[in-house]
Design a protein around this ligand. Structure first.
Ligand code: BES
Ligand code: MN
Ligand code: ZN
Length: 460
């Protein structure tokens, strides 16, 4: 059993009856008087998202009734398991439209996830029997990879440094027979990744570049890039305590990219896939990069370090330039890049920057369909002057904070060839509070949306 989903119903399975909001009155009026009274006594009204146990005369439960929207979406379905005690459940399939089956199962898995690595959970989540109409392989792949993303992000930095992140990438690669190579420590200099090295060299957990390849070389090329800062202290421009608190999640881009790659490979998408993850600690020590330093990059552009806390764009510069050097059809990067993106859009909506309107429309349409929000922001060329360096080509820390997500995206854009369709996703990768289907902790954001868009673009 995984994701709290099961294939065969046990003898003591409890039925779940679905009642849609618009049918509530009809449903209730058709009940025997004792049951109708039970519904009333429990305050069970046409408000949706509730579940009610209908009793037998001996006190056992005859069925759970789930009251939901007329056309429930993924996040409506996510309210179901939280309403139920432990045990096995089976949804009345006559009530299940085809799209509902996959959503109900995906939502169940998302909502019953528990991070229990460091303590045994006392909760035993309810389990659902897969409905027949559900595309199990597809939903399992989404859940397996979402769980992977959540686990990686929630794992504290003492147990997840650059090496452990690389091991996680190796695990994904081996599961799908992908090739993987990893450049570690000073080898980054001989292989010309000077910016990745400069950011990561201050920690004795050596920085590295993870490079995974999968698929037929003759297929269309797709390259994914993820920010893998395993902990972001801010470097010498050290973050205040409040800003550092959650910084184990600063490898959330890398985690999302590994999850997305897992989904792509599980689906056997006909692409020539490459995944690049610069994995570092942004730390403090005598050999840490300093404010005012000028760094070389793989591209040859020089970066003036205005603030060592703007480290993500620096490591991504080398990774994106390498990605672009093979002229893939599409490059997509995920990065927990700026606080400014969170000020603009809040924690739940990743900012999407795209240099190609066709790719942007594909991602945004898929985002709506997958109920996985993203919001487009502009690569506003008028702000280019803000990233000009005083003594080097570009600065990593524009004067003033206005438009901080945009100026970060413009910085990255300088390392991608303009004729390659490129999308940059600036995400939180963390649920700050628990809501149905989205427990507090690490989270995949934009992963299912981008997968759906790529599936449509690259076909089968
Ligand atoms: N990892 C942070 C950005 C971040 C902070 C993402 C909080 C999500 C939540 C990034 O490395 C950073 O520190 N960015 C600075 C850039 C600034 C110094 C130009 C920021 O956003 O303040
Ligand atoms: Mn930072
Ligand atoms: Zn960071």
């Amino acid at each position: 059993m995984s994701f709290n989903l099961i294939i065969d119903p046990p003898a003591d399975v409890t039925a779940i009856q679905i009642v849609r909001r618009g049918h509530f009155a009809t449903w209730k009026s058709a009940l025997p008087p004792a049951q109708a009274a039970w519904v009333t006594a429990n305050g069970f009204t046409a408000a949706s998202g509730q579940a009610l146990a209908m009793p037998n005369s001996d006190g056992t439960i005859s069925a759970q009734v789930f009251l939901t929207e007329d056309l429930p979406g993924l996040w409506d379905w996510a309210r179901l398991p939280g309403n139920l005690p432990s045990g096995a459940y089976q949804i009345d399939e006559t009530a299940l439209a085809e799209a509902d089956a996959d959503n109900a199962v995906l939502a169940w898995g998302l909502a019953t996830y528990i991070y229990d690595h460091y303590r045994r959970s006392e909760l035993e989540p309810p389990r659902l029997v897969y409905p027949k109409a559900c595309d199990r392989a597809r939903v399992d792949a989404a859940l397996r990879n979402t769980y992977r993303v959540r686990n990686l992000i929630t794992t504290p930095a003492n147990d997840l440094g650059p090496e452990e992140l690389a091991m996680a990438a190796e695990e994904v690669a081996h599961a799908h027979n992908a090739d993987i190579s990893i450049i570690v420590g000073d080898d980054l200099l001989t292989h010309n990744y000077p910016a990745v090295h400069a950011v990561g060299r201050a920690h004795d957990r050596a920085p590295r570049l993870i490079d995974m390849r999968w698929g037929d070389r003759k297929d269309r090329k797709l390259t994914l890039v993820g920010k893998g800062v395993c902990f972001d202290t801010g470097g010498l421009d050290l973050k205040p305590a409040s800003g550092m608190e959650l910084m184990k999640k600063d490898m959330g881009g890398a985690a999302n990219v590994l999850g997305l790659a897992g989904m792509i490979m599980s689906a056997q998408m006909p692409v020539c896939l490459r995944v690049l993850i610069p994995a570092v600690e942004n730390s403090v020590s005598a050999n840490a990069m300093r404010p005012g330093d000028v760094l070389e990059t793989r591209k040859g552009l020089t970066i003036e370090i205005g603030n060592t806390d703007a480290e993500g764009r620096v490591i991504l510069a080398d990774a994106l330039f390498e990605a672009a050097s093979e002229q893939p059809e599409v490059i997509i990067d995920f990065a927990t890049l700026t606080g400014a993106a969170r000020v603009a859009l809040g924690t739940d909506i990743p900012a999407l920057f795209v240099n190609n309107d066709n790719l942007a429309e594909q991602i945004l349409a898929a985002s709506v369909a997958a109920e996985d929000p993203l919001w487009r922001m502009p690569l506003w060329a008028g702000y280019q002057n803000l990233i000009r360096g005083k003594i080097a080509d570009i600065t990593n820390s524009p004067a003033g904070r206005f438009g901080g997500a945009i100026t970060a995206a413009l910085f990255l854009e300088r390392f991608v060839e303009p004729d390659i369709a490129w999308a940059h996703i600036d995400l939180m990768a963390w649920n700050t509070v628990s809501t149905p289907g989205r427990p507090e902790g690490g989270e995949a954001m934009g992963m299912r949306a981008v997968f759906k868009a790529l599936e449509k673009r690259f076909g089968q």
